[in-house]
Structure formats: C-alpha cells, structure tokens
Ligand binder design. Structure first.
Ligand code: BGC
Length: 686
C-alpha cells in the first residue's frame, strides 16, 4: 500500500474510529475499523514464547487446548550463548509461533540492563553489558519480524527494578544513559528496525516514561528518526494531553473500563476541545497503519484471508530444535575439579538427583512471561531419557520451595537426602531459584541461596565422594558455598522446553559447554555498584549515581574480585590464543589473532575483545566489551580470527562536550576468554 492510500484511509476515518485504534479495547488488542478493512492490532507476551489466550476483558486465562506453544530459553540463557545466530534462530521461531496464534505483535525482547542481581525480571533481560545486549537482541528482532509480526522491545527505559516500578523516579545523568542504558534500544529502534517499542512504568528524571519528551520526542523521534509505534506498558500511562504530545501512540492497560483510558474518551474530548491537535492524532494513525501495512495486515482487509501475509507455525520440530540449540549453548561450566565432568555413564550404575529444581517445571511462572508450554523436560526427565534403562535413578527433593515449609520439614528432607545420596554411586544436586524469586512485580532481598540449600550442599558433600551441582536461576546468587562444596558446578537458566535434555547432554559430554556468563556473580551483594552506594531499590527516587560503572565496569575499576566474572565459562577442552596483530585503518582498528583448540575434544570458544583508554580526560572503565567472536574448533586445529572495531566505538559520552567523543590517546586492547582471563593484549595510539 502506498502512502497515498494510507492517507486516504485516514481521511475516511471518523475521530471516534481513530481513537479506537489508539487504546486497548481488550487487554491485548486495539479496535479496528471494519468498514475500511482495518483489523485490530493483536498483541501477546513475550519473551519466552507466546502467552496463553485471554478473553478480551478478563485476566482469567481462557483455558483452551489449542494455545500450547514452544517454550524458549529465557533471555539470560540466550545472552549466555554469545551467539547472535542463535538469537536470530530463536527470534524467527518465536515470530512464527506468534503469527500462528493470529497475533500481530509479540511483546519481546526485554532488553533492560541488569543493574542489580535482585531485580525480579532479570531473567527476561540479557546482560549487565550494553554491547552484549545490543548484539544479542538485534537478531531476535530481525528473526521475529521476518514472520510478518512486529517485535516490541521493552521497557523503555531504565526499568531495572520491580520495587515501586509503577512510580519510582529513576535519576541518571546523560552519560550513564548514553553509554549503558540506551545503546541496545538505539540498535533495536534503528538498525534492527523494531516496529514497536514499549515504554516503561517508571519515571525517568522526573517524568513518566509514557509522557517523557526527552525520551519519546528528542531521542526516539528526532534523533533515531523512529517511525514505529510507541505502546505504553499495561497501565503505565498517566495522562492524556502530555502523553499524546510527547509521542505515545497506543495506551494499553489492565482494567476493563476501556473507554475511560486516557487515550479513550478523554483523548476524544481533548481533540474536541482543541487541547490536542487532530494532526497529532493523524500522525499516530499514520504510524500504526504504516506498520500494519508492513505486516501485510491491510492487504485484503481481513488478515486471515491475506494472500501475502505469512501464516506462521507452532510447535514444529524446527522450533523445538531452536529451543534445544539455545539451551545447549547457554549452559555455563563454572567449576570442574580434576575434570570430573563430563561423566561417563559406564562409571556408575546408580544416581541420586537431589534438589527441587531437579524436577521443577518453570514455564508457568514469572508473571507476564509465563508460558503454556507444550512440554518441558525437567533435568530429571532429561537425565533419565539420556541414560535409558540401565541406571537406577532416584529423585530426592532435599529441600522444599513451599512457602510454609518450616525448619522441621527442611531438616527431614535434608536427612532423607543424605541417607539416600550416600547409597548411590553419583550425586547431582540441582537447586537455585525459581519464579517465586525471579518474577515480575517484586525483587529479591536476600543474596543467599534460599531454602537452606547451602546447608544441604555442605551436608551432602560430607556423605558423598563427589558432588556435581547445577544452579538454575535468572540472576546472580551467592554461589560461595555451592562452589566450595561441589566438585563441579554448572550454571543453567530457565532454559526452555528442552532445558533438561540440554543439561544431560552437557553433563555426559555429548555437548561441550560453551556458555559464558552475561553478568557478574559476586560473593557479596555489596560488591555490586548499586548496592555499594545504597541505591537499590531506592525509595520514591533511585539515583543511578554509580554512573557508567555497572557490572564488571565497577568490579574492575574498584579492584573487587568477583566469584565468577563477566564473560566467564569453562570448556571440556582448552584453547590457546596467539599472534595478536593490530592495524589501524582510516575509521577502524583491524585485529588479527590465532586461536587453537589444544585439548582433546571439539569445542566452541567465545573470544572477547575489550578496550581501554589509557589517559582519558574523564573517568572511564578499565575495560569495555567492544567485540566478540564465537568459533567452533576441532581438537588440534587453529583458526585465524580477523575482526574490527570501528574507531567511533572507542569513544565515550563526554558530559563536558555533551557529545560522544573519541580522544587522541593511547588505547589498549585485551583479548580473553572472560573479562578477567586475558590472553592477549596490545596497544595502539590514535
Ligand atoms: C509487563 C509487560 C507486559 C505487559 C502485558 C506488564 O505488566 O510489564 O512486560 O508485556 O504487562 O502483559
């Protein structure tokens, strides 16, 4: 449809019809204009799959049997793969499932920065690092949108905590926004071309994100030249005129008084009384129709009859395969004493799996990210399918995640676990968090492992010869005791429908682990910047006065040793790095180095590139991630990696110049297998 036709459609519409397209008329859709062939815009959560079906005006799920879907690994898992090809694959499968459910917009991916391990929604986000977030989220968006479905990146901006999320005022300076919180959104709304974006609940520097002119006007529209649709988070809009003028296009909310929404009757009135210009309404409608057109929703009036629009598919072997591929590459090997992993099934006949997460399904929890999964392989299911019938497998809870389980229950479960574990050849502890902790609407307040798991692991280690532990979470947790008492330790995630199978494949060596931590695991919560300055979760305001020193940027600059650093993850093989060569071109730095698999198994490695400016005129982190390459190498083979960093990426946002600048100075480059395991370094001058 050309511009002219869209404009004609707009002129044929009444104000009432326009208003119907600008706010929810059901919890997940707007109203269409039937007589003109404009369908409603239908949305669904996001991000680990397409959420179950809800009636138009009720939060009690329909309970149908045809809305089971593929359950994909959470964004933290995806980020831990450090593999953008997998992001694309996951996005593409998610987009196809969305379309197959008849939706137009999937409310995903979540790309807020992980500022504190306590944020309840970290599992829906990706990383503490803006570069990793940006590189891993862009391809998700591309993948989704190839299915004639719009992505909706969320939550713009600074929704980094759930405590008081509906009203907290996040205060940050421009540099912090530019360097840490904005880059992934900028990428999503420019290069990755996300058709929609969701504004956050919170205030940003004094005004709600839905009516924040700096965010919606100056940044989105003027600087990014963003032509897509701005949707409010559900109930995040607080005004009619201000929000309309700032640039909000569609107001969604959680109550069923749809006509009374700010963008319902009040917006109609505001136009009628001249407080909001008709032209402004038309601009919003123009944007919505343009996106509908790009999604082929207007081709024949009725999207289901459209000859062009893709119809999607769900629960295909390919989609389940995508979930499995991501899960396989997301698992992070944290510790492997005496190379006890991978396990050889021939070495034992009986195995005890201890821990609530050993047989817990996580798909149904977490808030709006809940998934009605077609199936979910728990670790127990994965391990027993992998081993088949020749092993005796006993599952023991060991601790209870029930809210009312008192000390007596805990003691009994622990005693039972010890008794049974000591009768088995092999003990695998599988614990961690669940969606009572990693959830929308609240933050954690305790950095320790819940349910006395530390005590259990300590006592288990006393009764069994070797203890393999698996920690499942969407956030960092104090793993000090788990590390101390386990011979091997694996970090896994809410890892989708195939998570249990992927875990078994890693434990038994069919898959060589290649995941790397997308955020720092500290041994003390006060080691994190936001906590060290007492600015999490704040009160009615929270000041991000740690500035750009988020995640490893803070640990490096303050010389704090993390328990497991950003980018960390072991393999069953070894890699050697050599022959670094730097060559400065007009507008980029060319980097060449060699990596060799010196071990006995094939494996994947994430080579990470960090840079540092030696004498910056304003404070800068010791290291900043500026590139990474994931390679797959057979044992004994090597590969020459040639990559580049654009010189503008070496710069920083100067509060003094109020601009991004790249200073003439000496710079260092570090190449490593984590932010702390640096194997090659070099220097160059600009
Ligand atoms: C969440 C969004 C979600 C929306 C719709 C809100 O509470 O913050 O992420 O997409 O609900 O369910």
């Amino acid at each position: 449809m050309n511009n002219e036709k869209i404009k004609n459609l707009i002129s044929a519409m009444t104000l009432e019809e326009k208003i119907g397209m600008l706010h929810g008329q059901g919890f997940f859709q707007t109203r269409g204009v039937k007589r003109l062939g404009i369908p409603p815009l239908k949305m669904s959560d996001g991000p680990m799959g397409v959420r179950q079906e809800f009636p138009m005006a009720s939060w009690a799920a329909k309970g149908d049997n045809d809305d089971y879907v593929s359950y994909f690994p959470a964004n933290t898992a995806l980020a831990a793969t450090w593999n953008p090809d997998l992001s694309y694959k996951l996005g593409n499968a998610l987009g196809a499932e969305t379309r197959s459910r008849g939706k137009d917009v999937i409310l995903a991916p979540g790309i807020n920065i992980i500022r504190s391990p306590f944020c309840g929604r970290n599992f829906e986000y990706m990383s503490e690092d803006p570069y990793l977030t940006k590189k891993m989220s862009g391809p998700v968006i591309t993948g989704i949108q190839e299915n004639d479905v719009a992505a909706c990146v969320k939550h713009f901006i600074a929704n980094n905590q759930e405590t008081k999320r509906l009203e907290v005022d996040v205060q940050m300076d421009t540099r912090t926004m530019e360097e840490i919180y904005l880059p992934a959104f900028e990428e999503a709304l420019t290069n990755a071309d996300s058709f929609t974006v969701m504004t956050a609940y919170n205030k940003f520097n004094g005004s709600y994100c839905c009516e924040n002119e700096t965010l919606l006007k100056d940044l989105l529209r003027d600087r990014f030249n963003y032509k897509g649709i701005v949707v409010s988070d559900w109930g995040a809009c607080h005004s009619t005129v201000e929000s309309a003028k700032a640039g909000l296009d569609i107001e969604m909310s959680v109550t069923d008084d749809f006509d009374d929404y700010y963008f319902g009757n009040p917006l109609y009135e505001a136009v009628m009384t001249g407080k909001v210009d008709q032209g402004l309404i038309d601009e919003k409608i123009y944007r919505i129709l343009t996106i509908m057109d790009r999604l082929h929703m207007l081709d024949k009036g009725d999207p289901t009859n459209s000859p062009i629009r893709k119809s999607g598919s769900r629960n295909t072997p390919d989609h389940h395969g995508a979930a499995l591929d991501v899960a396989r590459e997301s698992i992070v090997l944290l510790k492997n004493n005496n190379r006890i992993l991978p396990l050889n099934p021939q070495d034992f006949t009986s195995i005890a799996i201890v821990g609530d997460n050993g047989d817990k399904k996580h798909s149904t929890g977490g808030g709006s990210a809940e998934i009605k999964a077609l199936y979910e392989h728990t670790p127990l299911a994965g391990i027993s399918s992998y081993l088949g019938g020749n092993h005796k497998i006993t599952y023991i809870k060991g601790y209870s995640s029930e809210k009312d389980a008192g000390p007596y229950v805990a003691f009994n479960l622990r005693e039972e676990a010890k008794r049974l574990a000591s009768n088995h050849d092999l003990v695998i502890f599988i614990g961690g968090l669940n969606h009572d902790h990693d959830t929308e609407g609240s933050d954690r307040s305790d950095y320790k492992l819940p349910y006395q798991q530390d005590q259990l692991v300590k006592e288990l280690s006393q009764v069994c010869e070797t203890l393999i532990s698996v920690h499942i979470s969407g956030s960092a947790v104090d793993l000090t005791d788990l590390t101390t008492y386990s011979d091997a330790l694996i970090q896994s995630w809410y890892n989708g429908m195939e998570g249990g199978r992927a875990l078994a494949e890693v434990l038994f060596g069919q898959v060589n682990p290649s995941g790397k931590l997308p955020f720092t695991f500290a041994s003390d919560i006060n080691d994190y910047a936001a906590h060290s300055i007492g600015e999490f979760p704040g009160s009615s305001t929270v000041s991000y006065s740690e500035s750009i020193f988020v995640g490893y940027r803070h640990f490096d600059s303050h010389d704090i040793d993390p328990l497991y650093p950003f980018g960390y993850g072991l393999s069953y093989t070894n890699f050697a790095y050599s022959d670094l060569n730097l060559s400065l071109k007009d507008d980029y730095l060319e980097i060449t180095f060699t990596i060799k698999n010196t071990g006995e198994r094939s494996g994947k490695e994430v080579c990470q590139l960090y840079t540092s400016q030696i004498h910056p005129s304003e404070p800068r982190p010791h290291k900043e991630l500026k590139g990474f390459v994931k390679i797959d190498l057979q044992p004994g083979y090597d590969q020459v990696i040639k990559t580049k960093i654009p010189l503008r990426d070496l710069g920083f946002y100067s509060e003094i110049s109020r601009a991004w600048i790249t200073e003439q100075d000496k710079y260092q480059i570090f190449i490593g297998s984590s932010s702390r395991d640096i194997h090659l370094s070099g220097e160059f001058a600009l």
